[in-house]
Design a binder for this molecule. Structure first.
Ligand SMILES: C[S@@+](CC[C@H](N)C(=O)[O-])C[C@H]1O[C@@H](n2cnc3c(N)ncnc32)[C@H](O)[C@@H]1O
Length: 227
């Protein structure tokens, strides 16, 4: 599926404002777009057969079982970056991870996430290449991000801040639709060359089941080497 077609289906299912998000969209506009969608997001995403929340949570879980096998699950501190209404948090809770923090640019989305009762901390801030002052370096054992690494939302420069939040030997797990890999892949390779992280796995995961939506995405797990 090419990018124009993707824009058309995003518009069809999520509205014109979401379909028209580009890298020129300001953080304020982004916040308003997701605030407006926050009350209907879960129904919208169900209607297009979003299928990535459970497999992505499982992907992180499988890697944590290997890398942090001695740490009790309720002590593994996980950042859900671009958490939205908390659908990934719900899946992590089913896997017995209870030390969860949600970060999102949209207070409306975070308000919905709060209602799910799975996060013990909520942070409203834009994720970008800039440091988020209320998050300490190495504060989390792991970070997960589903559906947020997409043009005009969380840009590739945010990988630096995502790594900073996670302690050395901690994990980052995220998905990217293949048609969007461009900038992200370049940055992922550069950070690996710089010795910041190492790729542990890259696998094809389900994305949406609606006939005209992209069916698959790539799920990545990286281990932080230094932050
Ligand atoms: C497609 S939704 C995904 C939500 C959730 N992770 C899920 O899997 O259902 C993208 C989310 O990322 C948030 N977001 C987009 N750009 C962001 C940014 N730069 N910083 C923080 N949150 C952002 C949006 O507000 C929205 O809640």
């Amino acid at each position: 599926m090419d990018e124009n077609l993707l824009k058309a289906v995003l518009t069809k299912y999520f509205g014109e404002k979401t379909g028209n998000v580009t890298r020129e969209t300001s953080k304020d506009e982004l916040k308003c777009i997701y605030d407006e969608r926050s009350g209907t997001y879960d129904q919208e995403i169900l209607a297009v057969g979003a299928a990535f929340h459970k497999p992505l949570a499982k992907c992180l879980h499988n890697a944590l079982k290997e890398v942090l096998k001695d740490k009790p699950k309720d002590q593994i501190k996980i950042m859900d970056a671009g958490a939205g209404t908390g659908l990934i948090g719900v899946e992590l809770k089913k896997l017995d991870y209870t030390n969860l923090c949600a970060l999102d640019i949209s207070p409306g989305m975070l308000n919905e996430a709060k209602k799910k009762n799975v996060y013990n901390e909520l942070i409203c801030a834009p994720l970008s290449g800039q440091q988020i002052p209320q998050i300490k370096s190495g504060q989390f054992d792991a970070l997960i991000s589903g559906g947020a690494l997409h043009e005009g939302r969380v840009s590739s420069s945010a990988f630096v801040e995502m790594i900073r939040m996670v302690r050395a030997d901690g994990l980052l797990c995220f998905n990217i639709w293949e048609g969007q890999l461009g900038d992200y892949q370049e940055m992922m390779r550069q950070l690996e060359k710089d010795g910041k992280w190492i790729c542990l796995s890259r696998e094809t995961l389900p994305l949406f089941t609606a006939v005209d939506m992209p069916k698959e995405c790539l799920g990545f797990v990286y281990k932080v080497l230094k932050n």
